[in-house]
Design a protein around this ligand. Structure first.
Ligand SMILES: [Zn+2]
Length: 243
């Protein structure tokens, strides 16, 4: 299992910091898989990318995931706690480069959305975002042999393509069955491993920079030397520096 060391994690945080969501996720993956070209990682279907991220998160911070989501009815903050293994979907085979849907006389060939698509996704409502993604991911669309544009596809066909995308790349969307203990509302919040892992990395980096600051000031050690220590040894020195 791939895990990120303290210097790698801090490097990924620094590289990802100026970017929005998909760029940050990519910075984490580039740090975890330095032998793979960034362009290749950016081209991974979103679910395949998220499966890798889950593995890196598990190797780095462990398998346990604990978070809080607001209840959509009463606003109570509800705890979500599970293991990475509980949400891992293992597809029978890696998704094909190009997929096809035939529906209502239309034949649509398409690829799965990747990080590049998400990075350039403008802020739209769900329907228009789906249409926009389709515009990027449809390779070819025909009606009885004649080429048609994505805008000409009926809603039924658009929906069938969206469903086929989800089916082929199931790790891309993780929903967690949840119930609010205060008002008993049941719903399925979406868990986004990229966003969650990045928030953890950010909190970890802030804490670690502070530790480096304290130890560098107390002992004159370099960042490199402090990061190379085990967390346990670093804690020992932090306690001594405080005392
Ligand atoms: Zn509630």
């Amino acid at each position: 299992m791939r895990s990120l060391t303290a210097p790698e994690l801090l490097g990924a945080w620094e590289a990802g910091h100026p970017h929005a969501g998909p760029g940050r996720v990519l910075a984490l993956l580039c740090a975890a898989f330095p032998d793979t070209q960034p362009e290749e990682l950016a081209r991974l279907p979103v679910g395949t990318r998220d499966a890798l991220l889950l593995a890196v998160r598990e190797g780095t911070f462990g398998p346990r995931v604990v978070g809080l989501v607001p209840c959509p009815s009463c606003g109570e903050r509800v705890e979500l706690a599970f293991e990475v293994g509980d949400i891992r979907v293992t597809p029978e085979a890696p998704p094909a480069r190009a997929l096809e849907v035939v529906r209502a006389g239309y034949a649509v060939r398409f690829r799965l959305p990747d990080s590049r698509d998400l990075a350039s996704l403008p802020g739209l409502d769900a329907d228009r975002a789906r249409q926009w993604l389709l515009g990027r991911c449809v390779l070819e669309a025909n009606r009885e042999g004649a080429a048609v544009s994505v805008a000409e596809l009926p809603g039924e066909v658009v929906l069938a393509v969206a469903e086929a995308m989800e089916l082929a790349d199931p790790q891309a969307r993780v929903e967690l069955a949840t119930a609010c203990p205060a008002c008993r509302r049941a719903w399925q919040p979406v868990f986004d491993i990229g966003e969650f892992f990045w928030r953890e990395v950010e909190a970890w980096a802030q804490r670690t920079l502070h530790e480096v600051h304290v130890l560098a000031r107390a002992y004159g050690w370099s960042e490199e030397r402090i990061l190379a220590m085990s967390p346990w040894k670093r804690q020992c020195y932090l306690e001594m520096a405080a005392g």
